[in-house]
Design a protein around this ligand. Structure first.
Ligand code: UDP
Ligand code: MG
Length: 348
């Protein structure tokens, strides 16, 4: 990709949109994409990654893909989760720039145009920074706390209040695609990838239709994946708690010995024993829990399962699949040399 191509608008922007039961959003989403495309001087392609929806969204999206060759659809064989759907989508892109947005338009497309403008200035990653969230106070507080704690604990420089909404250069997407890990906290991996990164503040709209697809367990899972993938602070905490416990035990032991041998008073009885038993039992279980989280992660990584399995491919990624000679149903990794070759929009 030469600078001249970028300034003349002679490049492809691929937009990856993970969708899970978003039938209510589809008409508005398609309209917004149409408006966005009419205002750009570059080629825009959209890849809908359906994450095992059970509503009418897949048929609506496939219908749209049949009439517009710049739209493409891949369906996952079940609900693998947002980060897996997103990672699968990124592997199937080949544009010089790749954008990530949610299907619910909470990340407004006019802001995306601004992110692309910044990318054209030479940044490799331009992410949206949520300045105001028009969500419930509890939701906002939980997110704010999570981002700040994770930033404190993480070994990479994670920007505050930045979600997955971004535009990335081809080389950053190639880096992400080449990472073998399966538990993917994409916004963290993106920060880890490095190159020139910058944030653009924006106001995150409320979801207009449908409900949030991130249930509390899914949100907690996302947060946990951030800590476990990017921080060993919980393990270090375990070590410090363990050391404190030993120190406390030694002090108490000395106290008990002095009491027994010097003052010859009677043993203090059940209360202290019971308190210590409960206290230490609790601490040990908590530490085992933390270690268990990491072991769980190791097991997942060692298995090296693909993060998702494709059940069908419709639209422009299928031409890539055909060239690779791999049938849909098997997740295939596109080598970065392949990714750089532009795929014809009409090559089906
Ligand atoms: N999503 C997904 N799989 C899931 C959950 C969510 O593909 O298991 C998609 C969803 O359709 C949306 C994006 O991820 O496009 C963000 O989800 P949502 O808007 O529900 O999350 P929130 O904005 O409430 O955090
Ligand atoms: Mg949303």
């Amino acid at each position: 990709m030469t600078d001249k191509q970028v300034t003349s608008g002679n490049f492809i922007l691929d937009i990856v949109i993970p969708c899970y039961n978003e039938e209510a959003m589809v008409p508005g989403l398609l309209r917004a994409i149409g408006e966005f495309k009419s205002r750009t001087d570059y080629t825009v392609r959209v890849l809908f990654v359906d994450d095992g929806s059970t509503d009418a969204a897949p048929s609506l999206l496939k219908e749209a893909c049949r009439t517009d060759p710049s739209l493409a659809y891949v369906g996952l064989s079940r609900n693998f989760g947002h980060q897996s759907a997103l990672s699968t989508g990124l592997r199937l892109t080949s544009g010089a720039a790749v954008a990530v947005i949610d299907a619910d338009l909470q990340d407004p497309l006019p802001v995306l145009a601004e992110l692309v403008r910044k990318w054209r200035e030479g940044f490799d990653v331009v992410y949206g920074v949520r300045r105001k969230r028009k969500e419930s106070p509890l939701h906002r507080a939980a997110y704010a706390l999570h981002y700040r704690l994770l930033r404190l604990a993480a070994e990479v420089d994670l920007p505050l209040d930045a979600g997955d909404f971004c535009v990335m250069s081809r080389r950053v997407v190639d880096v992400l695609n080449s990472l073998p890990e399966r538990s993917r906290y994409v916004r963290g991996l993106r920060a880890w990838a490095g190159f020139r990164q910058t944030g653009v503040p924006y106001e995150r709209d409320q979801r207009t239709k449908g409900k949030s697809k991130y249930s509390i367990p899914k949100l907690l899972g996302l947060a946990a994946s951030g800590y476990i993938s990017f921080s060993v602070a919980p393990l270090r905490l375990a070590v410090w708690v363990g050391l404190l416990q030993i120190l406390f035990g030694v002090c108490y032991g000395i106290y008990a010995l002095v009491e027994r041998l010097v003052f010859r008073t009677a043993p203090s009885g059940w209360t202290s024993l019971a308190v210590l038993f409960l206290l230490f039992g609790g601490i040990q279980v908590a530490l085992l829990g933390i270690i268990g989280e990491y072991i769980g992660q190791i097991v997942r990584e060692v298995k090296r399962r693909p993060e998702a399995v494709l059940s069908e491919v419709l639209g422009w990624p299928s031409s890539e699949a055909n060239r690779q000679g791999t049938a849909p149903g098997e997740l295939r990794r596109i080598p970065s040399s392949e990714c750089r070759q532009e795929v014809s929009l009409h090559d089906r």
